[in-house]
Design a protein around this ligand. Structure first.
Ligand SMILES: Cc1cc2nc3c(=O)[nH]c(=O)nc-3n(C[C@H](O)[C@H](O)[C@H](O)COP(=O)(O)OP(=O)(O)OC[C@H]3O[C@@H](n4cnc5c(N)ncnc54)[C@H](O)[C@@H]3O)c2cc1C
Length: 596
């Protein structure tokens, strides 16, 4: 019953009119030739794959899920998943933004990001298989030896082999320093790895001929804690010198989890029984190498929730125009009917506009960060590359946590628009709520993201990077302040900027005498900074829409209405968040543990 139309018009707006990507690409030698038509054509084709191939598999994927054969340890994915994956690989989609040296198409990360939003709208569970593969590709591209790269990157690029990240163990989730899996050197450059990993997404399946696991484990002489963790490549099938597949390796799926959502993705308990692997990067420095994959995955998880926000919004908006209940408070609107469509009711509109503002704001943020990654990889001068990389690091926890929290609010509101029909399975809305919930948990819970933002990324450098980002906002505000029509956006933006500066200084001061002040403020703080980033992006989008206000194209009028809604109804949340953040640690820590 659910429907999905790729939001190509809005993507083009963000890419071409707000971010002006083709101008940015012209400064990057690798992408200088890319033109608007090519970008749009890729997105259009990508949208077709998402809506025509993946979307029809989403509901059945949820209902049937994955199954494990305990005798053979084989996992069967839902009907159509493997065939869709074959089409994905044959169509070259896996290779879109990969390095041409390994068979990639070398297109910008920005395009891949937009493509992944659509894949996630269509089918988050399916999208996790290629999504993790791309993360494994990134980690090996950055840290693999020339031999490892030659063996694995071409197959991960093409998508013929998929990848996983094997971090979590039963007693070691957030705190990876606790992990126990062991790696014994064999004296021939390989290691035998023994241990148990849990919750491994895409750990076993029937979609590709080989699975390349990136596994964290400890060497015999490893120091305790997170400084004693090394990273290993452990293939499901060994790879012969000529690239052909050899014997089965000692890693297998012992069980699959039964869970709240993303049923089409296999969440596996993986047993490593003397599995043979090779070391990636330096001994004991595995976490640093793994962070390449984790950062890619954090951005990817933000895009998962963006995708769900968009598809939930589309369905709720269509339903609200069709479903008739009650009359508008101001009198009947659809006089030919027994009742008005529910879109006449202010609160139904509030729920719809909340989802819409979070989808469009999230899209602008997702693409902005992707463009910064392209700059970090391709800008000709070192200073621009470093600046872009630092801004990506600052924004990564915001993309992960703010977009997934917003996705939770948005999918829940959209389900609410359906009333009781949203709660039953038929309309597909409850699946979006269930699927979104994991996004706030995995890849470092949203609490951990907030500690990363406030503790490491902001206080860790005395607010220097945040100040740089603030200076960009100020520059934009100064350049547009003389236009009276922009003031409704710029005044609250400037006001919030000042408040963030004060809040940061206040928490920083308090944290000097009590480090737990950081933990007490972090979640509220991330949401406040998330709104600052959104307000900046919404003001930029409003700027473009105002310039086109006379065009007669109602796309721009709708953009302005949505911007005004965001500033009037969502941004004010920051006042209560700041108050809560300032309340500090005392209300949380005063009570004795045994009173709980
Ligand atoms: C469906 C699914 C798929 C997954 N896929 C993968 C995968 O592919 N690979 C992989 O390795 N793992 C995967 N995971 C594991 C996931 O990343 C972890 O569940 C997550 O990191 C949290 O770890 P945990 O479950 O052990 O919770 P815990 O670490 O036990 O945390 C419990 C609670 O305590 C809080 N907490 C913990 N430490 C702190 C702290 N220092 N400060 C404040 N609060 C804290 C947490 O925020 C959380 O609310 C997956 C999990 C699920 C459910």
């Amino acid at each position: 019953m659910s429907q999905y139309t790729p939001p190509l018009r809005d993507m083009q707006f963000v890419l071409h009119e707000v971010l002006k990507v083709e101008e940015a690409f012209k400064t990057m030698p690798a992408h200088a030739e890319l033109d608007v038509d090519t970008i749009n054509a890729v997105l259009e084709e990508g949208g077709k794959f998402a809506s025509e191939v993946l979307f029809p598999l989403n509901r059945e994927g949820d209902e049937i899920g994955c199954t494990l054969d305990p005798q053979t340890h084989a996992v069967t994915t839902p009907p159509g998943f493997a065939e869709a994956y074959r089409q994905f690989v044959d169509g070259g989609w896996a290779a879109l933004s990969c390095d041409p040296e390994y068979g990639g198409q070398g297109l910008p990360v920005t395009l891949n990001q937009a493509f992944y939003e659509m894949l996630n709208s269509a089918n988050q569970a399916w999208t996790m298989y290629p999504g993790l593969t791309h993360g494994a590709y990134d980690a090996l591209h950055a840290h693999g030896t020339p031999e490892q790269k030659a063996t694995y990157l071409p197959k991960l690029t093409s998508g013929e082999w998929t990848g996983t990240m094997c971090l979590t163990e039963p007693h070691a989730g957030t705190d990876l320093g606790l992990l126990r899996s062991k790696a014994e050197p064999q004296g021939d450059g390989t290691y035998r790895i023994t241990g148990e990993k849990i919750f491994i997404s895409s750990g076993e399946h029937d979609m590709a001929e080989n699975i390349i696991h990136l596994v964290l484990a400890r060497l015999p002489d490893a120091p305790a804690g997170s400084r004693g963790i090394s990273l290993f490549i452990v293939p499901k099938f060994h790879v012969n010198a000529d690239g052909s597949l050899g014997e089965r390796n000692g890693i297998y799926c012992g069980a699959i989890e039964h869970k709240m959502g993303i049923h089409g993705n296999s969440t596996c308990q993986m047993v490593l029984d003397g599995a043979v692997g090779t070391l990636v990067g330096e001994p004991h420095k595995g976490l640093a190498a793994m962070f390449v994959m984790m950062n890619a995955a954090r951005l990817g998880v933000g895009m998962q929730s963006l995708g769900l926000t968009e598809v939930a919004y589309q369905n709720a908006a269509a339903y609200a125009k069709d479903r008739t209940q009650s009359r508008a408070l101001s009198g009947a609107k659809a006089k030919d009917k027994a009742a008005d469509p529910i879109i006449v009711h202010p609160d139904v509109r509030k729920m719809l506009l909340t989802a819409r503002a979070y989808a469009e704001g999230g899209r602008a943020l997702g693409m902005q960060v992707a463009l910064l990654i392209d700059e970090a990889q391709n800008a000709p001068d070192e200073a621009t590359r470093r600046d872009a990389e630092a801004t990506v690091a600052l924004l990564t926890p915001i993309v992960k946590a703010f977009l997934t929290d917003n996705g939770w609010l948005a999918t829940s509101h959209c389900m609410q628009v359906f009333g009781g029909h949203g709660f039953i399975r038929e309309w597909g809305m409850e699946q979006y709520v269930r699927d979104n919930r994991i996004n706030m948990i995995y890849e470092g819970t949203n609490t951990i993201q907030s500690l990363d933002l406030l503790g490491r990324k902001v206080l860790g450098d005395q607010g220097a990077q945040l100040k740089k980002f603030g200076a960009q906002i100020q520059q934009f505000a100064m350049a547009n302040m003389q236009d009276a029509r922009m003031q409704e956006f710029l005044l609250p933006l400037a006001d919030l900027g000042e408040k963030v500066t004060k809040l940061t200084a206040e928490v920083g001061m308090k944290a000097m005498s009590n480090p737990e002040e950081v933990g007490a403020a972090a979640v509220d703080y991330l949401r406040v900074v998330g709104h600052l980033v959104f307000a900046y992006l919404w003001a930029r989008m409003a700027r473009v829409a105002l310039d086109k206000a006379d065009s007669g194209d109602r796309f721009y009028a709708a953009k302005l209405f949505t911007a005004r809604f965001y500033f009037a109804k969502l941004l004010p949340e920051t006042a209560s968040l700041i108050r809560s953040a300032r309340a500090g640690v005392e209300p949380l820590m005063a009570m004795e543990e045994d009173w709980f």
